[in-house]
Design a protein around this ligand. Structure first.
Ligand code: NAD
Length: 335
């Protein structure tokens, strides 16, 4: 059915309502003060996706199912990303994970998956020119982000200059990663805010967002933000063959790469990784909301390509929400 007339009025109304609500929730979320839980958001998004699968004429470029992030605010200068920053498709069950693995294996000969933790932080792009950090930006809507260079420069683990002792710095390197506030630092920050009679942050992610998006970088500098990198965007003067090889390069250049990354060859090993961190969810110093599985070979990544909002060569396996998170969301958030 491709004619809009085929869509029953009640479905059309529900679709419009869901789209508008999701846009509103997303806007609030990216400003650092969400009004519903992530699980509720994901559920409404799944409902919208189902409606669009049933009635494809409802899919328009401005549907929340097709977009990344949210429009940027006018507090920071806009920056155009050299290469689009995307989101990730989700799997909420083993069946969905398996369906993804079968889809990619049917298209290309996958021999290795890279498994890593899905950090619940803020997506950021760093640009290094001849080894020098020249710009940092939030993801924004994926095409245009906000210039947060001065704030990123206050993060100790982000090198201002790449270490060239093992490999020379490339002419151009766009690095993607997550900025986060370690859980311990989040708890300390909240107890300090409470002492000062200020409202606490709802969770580490909001605290990181609030700390990074400060007009005064001195406030950012006072918050012990950290970062882990998990990808390369635009680059010149370096050849990337595998996701795992890119992490070796990034680590050698002094960029913060996680030591919990694993390269495996079978879907069962992916499952073991997911099961391990379901049991050890609080081992890392940061909050995670799932596991990201990527096809390791970059030439296969290219062949698989991307949709308008997410790569086909990666999937985010999301863990079920923890009850404490929903409870914390009732607390008034700080900015
Ligand atoms: P996402 O959080 O599901 O995943 C995409 C992002 O994961 C990437 O942009 C990347 O920055 C990040 N990421 C973390 N670790 C990574 C790793 N190891 N490798 C690659 N990427 C990694 O998608 P999203 O588009 O950022 O946000 C959508 C999600 O945000 C929703 O599913 C929902 O959970 C939440 N959300 C909540 C609300 C709300 O009101 N509560 C509103 C909007 C969005």
């Amino acid at each position: 059915p491709t004619f809009s007339d085929d869509v029953p009025a009640d479905v059309r109304e529900r679709h419009a309502r869901l789209s508008q609500d999701l846009d509103d929730y997303s806007y609030r979320y990216y400003l650092g003060s969400p009004i519903i839980s992530d699980a509720e958001y994901d559920q409404l998004m799944a409902e919208l996706r189902d409606l669009e699968a049933q009635y494809p004429s409802l899919v328009t470029p401005d549907s929340p199912t097709q977009k990344v992030g949210a429009p940027i605010s006018n507090e920071f200068a806009p920056v155009e990303h050299l290469e689009r920053m995307q989101s990730l498709d989700n799997a909420f069950s083993d069946a969905q994970l398996e369906a993804w693995a079968h889809r990619v294996s049917a298209e290309v000969p996958v021999d290795a998956f890279l498994c890593e933790l899905k950090i619940d932080g803020l997506a950021v792009a760093l640009v290094y020119e001849k080894g020098r950090l020249v710009r940092a930006a939030t993801r924004g809507d994926g095409r245009i982000g906000e210039d947060i260079t001065l704030n990123i420069r206050t993060i100790d683990t982000v090198p201002l200059r790449l270490d060239e002792s093992r490999y020379p710095a490339p002419e151009l390197l766009e690095v993607r990663g997550e900025v986060f506030l370690p859980v311990k630092a989040f708890e300390q920050l909240n107890s300090r805010l409470a002492d000062e009679g200020k409202p606490p942050f709802a969770n580490p992610r909001n605290a990181a967002a609030g700390s990074l998006r400060q007009k005064d970088p001195r406030v950012t500098a006072s918050r012990p933000l950290s970062m882990l990198v998990h990808g390369i965007g635009a680059h010149r003067g370096v050849t990337i063959t595998h996701q795992s090889q890119s992490y070796e390069l990034l680590a050698a250049w002094g960029l913060p790469v996680s030591d919990r990354v694993r390269v495996v060859s079978t879907l069962d090993e992916v499952r073991e990784y997911i099961a391990y961190y379901a049991e050890h969810r609080h081992d890392p110093e940061y909050e995670i909301d799932g596991v990201v599985v990527k096809v390791d070979d970059v030439s296969l990544q290219r062949r698989l390509g991307s949709t308008s909002r997410a790569p086909r060569w990666a999937i985010a396996y999301k863990y079920p929400p923890e009850e404490v998170t929903t409870k914390l969301l009732d607390i008034k958030t700080s900015v």
